[in-house]
Ligand binder design. Structure first.
Ligand code: SF4
Length: 327
C-alpha cells in the first residue's frame, strides 16, 4: 500500500481516492513510546534546542519510516518552520509535495492548491468529492461523540482528544477506525450522564503533555472543547458545499481572527467556564494569546509546553490556581 506522510490535516479524500493511505506524522511522533528520543536524535543532527519539538518529532518520525516515501508538507497556513522542514526531508530522500491554505482564505487560491494535489495524485474532483461524502458517515459519528462529551458528559476530555485528533488520517484505515468508533460509542452511551465538573475549552495545538487531561479531571475540571482536534474531524458546520468550501471553512490554518468566530460560538453553546490556551515553546502561535484574552468574556490560562513529558509541579500549581479561580 502506498503510504503518504502528512504534516497536518490536508484534503485526505484525495489521497484515499488515489488508493493510497495518509499517515499523519504528528500522530506517529506523539504516540511513539520513544517520542523523547525522536526529539533528541533530530537535535543530534543539528536541529536547534530552541525549535519546537513537534518539528523535530515530525522529522524523526518521517526518517524512521522507510515505507513513507512521499510527504505532503503544508507550506502555507500551518507552521512557519515547514519550508525548511520540507528541504530537510527532501535531503533524506523523501519526495515532497507542497500544499497551502491561503492566509486570506481566497477561494481561487485554495482551489489552485487543491487542483495541484488532485493532479499529483491523478484524481478528479468528482472522485475526491465522492470519497468525502463516504467519509462523512464517520464524521457524523464524531459529531455525535463530541455531543456526548459536552452535552452529556459521557466522554472524558482525553477520549474526545484521541478520537478527534486521529481523524486527521483515520489512522490509515477508515473502515477499521469506524468499527472501533461504533464499539466505543455503544459503550459510552451506556455511561451515566455527568455534569458536575468545571467546563474547560482547550484552544491551540494539541498538547505535548501526556497527563494534562487526567490532571484536569483529578481537579474537578474537564475539557469539553478541543478546538483544533475538532477541526481535524471536519464538524458539521464545515461540511456544507463542495470540497473547496469545506477546506475554506476548516478554521485552524487561517487567521486567529477567523478561528475566534468558532471559539466564541462554542463558548456559548458549551457553556464554557474557562479556556486553556496551549502553545508550544518557540511557536509563532504564542502571539495569538493577546487576541484571545482580549476577545473572550471568560478567564483564559496561557500554558506553554516544550518536550514530550508529564506536567511539572510549576505547571500543576498554575493549572490548580486557575481552576480554583474559575470555580
Ligand atoms: S506547534 Fe507551532 S512551531 Fe510547532 S509545529 Fe505546530 S505550528 Fe509549528
Amino acid at each position: 500500500m502506498r503510504k503518504i506522510g502528512i504534516t497536518t490535516t490536508i484534503p485526505s479524500e484525495i489521497i484515499y481516492s488515489a488508493g493510497a493511505v495518509p499517515v499523519d506524522l504528528n500522530n506517529i511522533f506523539i504516540t511513539s513510546p520513544i517520542k523523547g528520543d525522536f526529539v533528541y536524535s533530530a537535535e543530534k543532527e543539528g536541529f536547534p534546542s530552541t525549535l519546537c519539538s513537534w518539528v523535530k518529532g515530525i522529522y524523526s518520525s518521517a526518517k524512521s519510516r522507510d515505507d513513507i516515501k512521499e510527504i505532503v508538507v503544508v507550506t502555507d497556513g500551518d507552521c512557519s518552520n515547514s519550508r525548511p522542514l520540507a528541504e530537510l526531508l527532501e535531503r533524506i530522500g523523501k519526495k515532497i509535495i507542497t500544499f497551502g491554505y491561503p492566509f486570506d482564505r481566497n477561494r481561487k487560491k485554495l482551489e489552485e492548491h487543491i487542483f495541484e494535489l488532485l493532479n499529483y495524485f491523478d484524481v478528479t474532483l468528482e472522485e475526491a468529492t465522492k470519497t468525502a461524502h463516504a467519509l462523512d458517515k464517520i464524521r457524523e459519528k464524531l459529531d455525535y461523540l463530541d455531543f456526548l462529551s459536552w452535552h452529556d458528559g459521557k466522554i472524558t476530555g482525553l477520549e474526545n482528544h484521541l478520537w478527534l485528533v486521529n481523524s486527521s488520517d483515520f489512522e490509515g484505515n477508515p473502515k477499521d477506525y469506524e468499527n472501533r468508533l461504533d464499539d466505543f460509542l455503544r459503550k459510552a452511551e451506556k455511561r451515566k450522564e455527568k455534569n458536575d465538573f468545571l467546563r474547560i475549552g482547550l484552544v491551540g495545538v494539541p498538547p505535548i503533555f501526556s497527563d494534562l487531561y487526567e490532571y484536569l479531571e483529578s481537579k474537578g475540571a474537564r475539557v469539553i472543547y478541543n478546538e483544533t482536534q475538532r477541526q481535524f474531524s471536519m464538524p458539521l458546520a464545515n461540511r456544507g458545499g463542495d470540497l473547496i468550501d469545506r477546506y475554506l471553512n476548516y478554521a485552524y490554518p487561517y487567521s486567529f481572527t477567523f478561528r475566534l468566530q468558532d471559539i466564541k460560538k462554542q463558548i456559548e453553546i458549551r457553556h464554557l467556564d474557562g479556556i486553556i490556551h496551549y502553545t508550544q515553546s518557540f511557536c509563532h502561535h504564542q502571539m495569538e494569546h493577546v487576541l484571545l484574552k482580549n476577545s473572550v468574556n471568560i478567564p483564559t490560562l496561557f500554558l506553554e509546553g516544550d518536550r514530550p513529558a508529564k506536567l511539572d509541579e510549576r505547571l500543576k500549581i498554575r493549572i490548580e490556581s486557575f481552576i480554583e479561580m474559575i470555580g
